[in-house]
Design a protein around this ligand. Structure first.
Ligand code: PPS
Ligand code: MG
Ligand code: MG
Ligand code: MG
Length: 346
């Protein structure tokens, strides 16, 4: 592996100061609407630029490929000058404050760094996959969000780092398994074949985490999107009920759901987007390896593993389900039965 997990983790950790500064001081003008009506902020652009600068500094340029959510199109339009200046200021503050950067970067450097994320990915070679702020709506609400970076090698996820700055180190599932009271901010990292680690964002030592060992669905709790527009809450409820789950859903934004599940806070994550929505690889790549290396399984509604080799989108049978190996067969059965009963729900 050309870039070490340690470098990556510390780079994503250093974004912590960036997000704190930006989240606390977010102005109305810092939030824009993209063509698909979803929000994007100076933090999304700034985070993408910072990660891109750091990766390009660490890696050989000939083979560098980055598939990332944002592009600079809107920032190059008339009227975006102030926003671009603000992003550039924040990026320079971040790169200089942690000793990462040698000299100040220009507005054009920032635009170029953001646009280095236009790769189409695919099944050949290595591609970095970045969601600079996953759960932008959660970020704006002051709730959960994540910075998610993964590495694809020949179409397979081989490395994933998930920074969840607002996720408590202690379990959000009720039982405090990690005895780390009141501390907020977790960094999950996983490398193929090496398990999943979790550490505080201050860089303290990591611990190995594992998915829940629950076998009885009556004892399981499940995660789903906070936003009803992102996932059908009624369908998830029917599936959970059919499976025998008693607990109400835990609704949190972003891939923090994968992180929380990887350490056993809950046993199931159900995601059923509304008709016509196409899942992007950056919304699942890092979360997927964080969960699978912690002993969990991630599949589409038909029981197939997620295929990250098809470009910027995931090509799947609608729905993503995540749980431990013991519960997966009965969860898939419940999903199939619910979909057979109500095929119109897809
Ligand atoms: N309509 C629709 N359906 C399904 N998914 C959508 C939809 N719109 C957006 N998105 C994507 O959802 C990402 C946010 O993650 P979640 O859905 O897990 O979190 S949330 O609870 O809804 O905030 C969010 O990621 P970010 O854009 O990075 O925030 C989107 O990629
Ligand atoms: Mg977005
Ligand atoms: Mg996202
Ligand atoms: Mg995003």
């Amino acid at each position: 592996m050309i870039v070490s997990m340690c470098n990556l983790s510390s780079s994503l950790g250093s974004l912590n100061s960036f997000r704190l500064k930006v989240q606390k001081a977010l102005l109305q003008s810092d939030v824009q609407s993209k063509s698909d009506k979803s929000p994007v902020t100076v933090a999304d652009y700034g985070s993408q630029a910072v990660v891109s600068f750091i990766l390009q500094r660490e890696l050989p340029s000939e083979s560098f490929s980055l598939v990332a959510e944002e592009d600079s199109g809107d920032l190059r339009k008339d009227g975006a000058q102030e926003t671009l200046a603000r992003i550039t200021e924040l990026v320079n503050d971040t790169l200089t404050s942690d000793g990462t950067c040698i000299s100040r970067v220009s507005e054009e450097d920032v635009l170029t760094a953001i646009d280095s994320g236009k790769s189409e990915g695919g099944s050949n070679g290595q591609h970095w996959v970045l969601d600079p702020i996953d759960g932008t709506k959660g970020f704006l609400r002051g709730d959960q969000y994540a910075i998610a970076l993964a590495l694809l090698d020949e179409g397979k996820v081989v490395l994933g780092v998930l920074a969840c700055p607002n996720l408590p180190l202690a379990s959000i599932g009720g039982q405090d398994q990690h005895s780390l009271h009141n501390q907020i901010g977790c960094l999950f990292s996983a490398k193929i074949g090496e398990g999943t680690d979790m550490q505080p964002l201050d860089g303290s030592s990591p611990i190995k985490v594992h998915v829940s060992a629950i076998e009885n669905p009556e004892e399981a709790s499940f995660f789903e999107s906070f936003e009803a527009a992102h996932s059908k809450h009624d369908l998830s409820s029917s599936i959970a009920k059919k499976l025998g789950v008693k607990a109400p859903p835990v609704r949190i934004d972003s891939q923090a759901k994968y992180g929380a599940l990887s350490r056993g806070d809950g046993a199931i994550y159900l995601r059923f987007p509304h008709k016509g929505y196409r899942e992007k690889i950056w919304d699942h790549a890092a979360g997927c390896i964080v969960v699978t290396e912690a002993g969990g399984e991630v599949s589409d509604a038909a029981g197939n593993p997620l295929d990250f080799s098809k470009g910027r989108y995931l090509d799947l049978e609608t729905g993503i389900i995540v749980t431990n190996k013991k519960l997966m067969p009965s969860l898939l059965k419940a999903v199939r039965e619910c979909l057979d009963e109500k095929p119109s729900s897809l």
